[in-house]
Design a protein around this ligand. Structure first.
Ligand code: NAD
Ligand code: WQD
Length: 345
């Protein structure tokens, strides 16, 4: 058996200029992998490529293309015949927008995946797929293990993640040599310590942490906390906030597991979280501590579709991948704040 050396391992990172993809491209390059990024810039900016290059000293190959175009996907694999693995981040991810425009979500998140899988099975490439804790809905037990039942999706976005997982499961059954890993992220936050890459929400942020940092910098008047009467210790919802750099490192480890010639499992599933749950008010308080900013906020009506609490059982990732998150909530919030201040400069 010939084991490929890392420098021969060319990894395609779809959506590699996005939030999680850019941090993962950095982590891959820092481990010696050769990275090819594909992005259509629908939710990112070309400057992110410079950020990745500055951090790592290596400019990854980049192709601006839309994965919804099947012939572009085919051409991509024809021009990079030596791609051995794909980390598929590219997707549309705004829950509210998916309710208003479900077909955009089904077309982007499902068609792109199908076109990629057609090539992956042809070229015998490994796949890592970005899934989400949203597949568990409101789980009955905390922390949430990978064995928890999948609940009916609350939104077309959530449904695309469930359908994506099912498509990959079917493909693994049909192609015995094909190997894939589904990573179910909890709530990714934070930014690279360099302040050179981070989250770039377009328009009004839907997620908590970018809304907090934009409020602290003065871009937004105040944070609305959605619901103060949930059955939790302080009445606000509980989530598992994981530093994006921790998440990025987990992708490298998961890829290494797939490349390990002694690893024979065709489909693996891992939760990626810290294992700790924090309420919205705890996040606000921790942010105030690390930034020294008094955050203006008001408790308002609940947001439709929010679950009360979700945090990960991280035993499986820890045992089978040897991966655990390193950063605390305070460190993650500090990095997000540093990034917001850098953006303001
Ligand atoms: P992001 O929007 O920052 O990154 C996605 C990237 O994909 C963007 O740069 C976008 O331009 C690109 N893209 C979208 N459609 C494309 C297409 N058709 N062709 C080429 N490029 C395309 O999102 P993110 O937060 O980095 O999320 C990455 C993945 O993780 C997504 O699949 C998302 O659903 C999943 N996920 C994200 C979270 C989260 O809270 N951020 C949580 C769970 C799962
Ligand atoms: C976190 C908490 C809000 C904004 C979403 C997707 C999920 C996944 C991650 C992709 C909740 C509260 C938020 C605000 C608030 N994405 N909040 N005021 O909802 O856990 O998950 O992103 O897969 O699928 O649904 O993350 O950051 O939106 O919210 O009070 O302005 O903050 O109610 O309790 P969520 P979030």
């Amino acid at each position: 058996i010939i084991t490929l050396s890392r420098k021969d391992m060319k990894i395609l990172v779809t959506g590699g200029l996005g939030f999680i993809g850019s941090h993962t491209a950095v982590a891959l390059q820092q481990k010696g992998y050769e990275v090819v990024i594909v992005d259509d810039l629908s939710n990112s900016s070309i400057e992110v490529l410079d950020g990745i290059t500055q951090i790592t000293g290596i400019k990854p190959a980049f192709e601006q293309l839309d994965l919804r175009n099947e012939s572009s996907v085919k051409n991509l694999f024809n021009s990079h015949k030596d791609i051995t693995g794909v980390i598929h981040f590219a997707a549309s991810k705004a829950v509210g927008e998916s309710v208003e425009n479900p077909l955009l979500y089904y077309e982007n998140n499902i068609n792109s995946l199908v076109y990629l899988l057609k090539e992956l099975t042809k070229h015998n490439c490994k796949l890592i797929f970005s899934s989400s804790c949203t597949v568990y809905g409101q789980a009955d037990e905390m922390p949430i293990s990978e064995a928890a039942p999948i609940k009916k999706a609350e939104s077309p976005y959530g449904n695309t993640k469930q359908i994506g997982e099912e498509i990959i499961t079917d493909v693994c059954k049909a192609y015995p040599d094909f190997k894939a890993t589904l990573l179910r992220y909890f709530n990714p936050i934070g930014a690279h310590e360099s302040g050179l890459i981070g989250e770039l929400p377009i328009g009004v942020p839907q997620n908590l942490v970018p809304f907090i940092t934009q409020t602290a910098i003065g871009k937004r008047e105040q944070l609305s906390i959605f619901g103060g009467d949930y059955p939790t210790q302080d009445g606000t919802c509980i989530r598992d906030y994981i530093h994006v750099v921790d998440l990025a490192e987990a992708h490298v480890v998961a890829l290494e597991q797939l490349f390990d010639t002694s690893y024979t499992t065709s489909l693996s599933i891992y939760n990626l979280g810290t294992g700790a749950g924090n309420s919205v008010l705890e996040v606000v308080k921790t942010f105030e501590e690390v930034s020294g900013v008094d955050l203006p906020y008001a408790i308002v009506e609940r947001r439709t579709g929010d679950v009360i609490q979700a945090y990960a059982d991280t035993t499986k990732a820890s045992k089978q991948l040897g991966w655990k998150s390193r950063f605390t909530l305070a460190q993650a919030l500090e990095s997000a704040w540093k990034w917001e201040q850098k953006l303001a400069d």
